[in-house]
Design a protein around this ligand. Structure first.
Ligand SMILES: [Zn+2]
Ligand SMILES: [Zn+2]
Length: 286
């Protein structure tokens, strides 16, 4: 979500990879070639901004000012709570099937290993999803528009996530989990399958909470959360700082275990190039 917006002109201009040979030594987010030279019609003037690389020139109408702590958009509604409850229930039933199936078949190692695989792959999945909504689409995108808008707002006012209520922050992922896991619960009884499904789904459902904790100050977090962060079991505060600094990689938000390898291999830059050459800038976020 690091955007380069070089000026405010009444034209729309997008170039992407054509300048890459001249800008290889420039950090990614400052690089006009790689992602984001976008000169957009706007009344906003960013030329005096002290940190223009972190600022979007044009933002959605809901992102002009940061919401206040008592803003209704940060509060949980009963609909949010319903989806979180449905998601948690589906995860719990899947986990119970894994345990029950393990008891019945005396299988322990396989469900445990598949659960560990679910935890590891959930971190990767969180990174891919986070990268996608940070960089593509806008608030009008079908199904994901609200999440894309929230992701854009998060990069403009990162601290807001610490005052957003839990169900408000997690309900969209919980809804996706409920709608995905419930059919799997009905379709399968295999403890190995449910070892993976329950752990993966649990980590995805709660990854926004892990993300919020990574923005919390140590003094305000519980000792358990701080300990899990320090052990690398949950996304650490020090690691997530990298996502909010150029070049704004480190997208994974469960444990962060994949961030180093994805950043060093430039996985997402490669993926962006593939998508660019396949589709152009059509889906690129502003
Ligand atoms: Zn982000
Ligand atoms: Zn963040």
């Amino acid at each position: 979500m690091c955007k380069l917006v070089p000026s405010s002109m009444a034209v729309s201009l997008q170039t992407k990879y054509s300048l890459s040979s001249t800008t290889d030594n420039i950090p990614r987010s400052h690089r006009p070639s790689l992602l984001r030279v976008r000169v957009t019609c706007s009344v906003t003037n960013t030329t005096t901004n002290s940190n223009p690389h972190r600022e979007k020139l044009v933002v959605g109408k809901h992102l002009v000012n940061p919401p206040l702590s008592n803003d209704p958009t940060l509060q949980s509604t009963w609909t949010h709570r319903f989806w979180v409850a449905a998601g948690c229930t589906s995860v719990f039933v899947s986990f119970a099937k894994s345990i029950k199936g393990g008891f019945g078949s005396h299988l322990w190692l396989e469900p445990a290993l598949s659960g560990f695989a679910g935890y590891i792959l959930a971190d990767l999945g969180s990174g891919v999803y986070h990268w996608a909504i940070d960089n593509y689409g806008d608030e009008s995108t079908p199904l994901l528009g609200n999440q894309i808008e929230a992701a854009q707002g998060h990069h403009k006012w990162p601290w807001i996530i610490t005052i957003r209520q839990f169900a408000n922050n997690s309900h969209a992922l919980a809804r996706g989990i409920a709608l995905t896991v419930l059919p799997l619960v009905l379709a399968f009884n295999d403890p190995v399958v449910h070892g993976f499904v329950s752990t993966f789904a649990f980590c995805v459902l709660f990854c926004q909470q892990f993300h919020a904790w990574a923005h919390g100050s140590k003094s305000k977090l519980t000792r358990l959360v701080v300990a899990l962060q320090d052990m690398g079991i949950l996304l650490s505060r020090t690691q997530h700082v990298n996502h909010h600094r150029p070049p704004c990689n480190s997208y994974c938000i469960v444990s962060g275990a994949w961030n180093k390898v994805l950043d060093e291999s430039k996985f997402f830059e490669a993926l962006e190039k593939v998508l660019y050459f396949q589709f152009g800038n059509f889906y690129l976020s502003e």
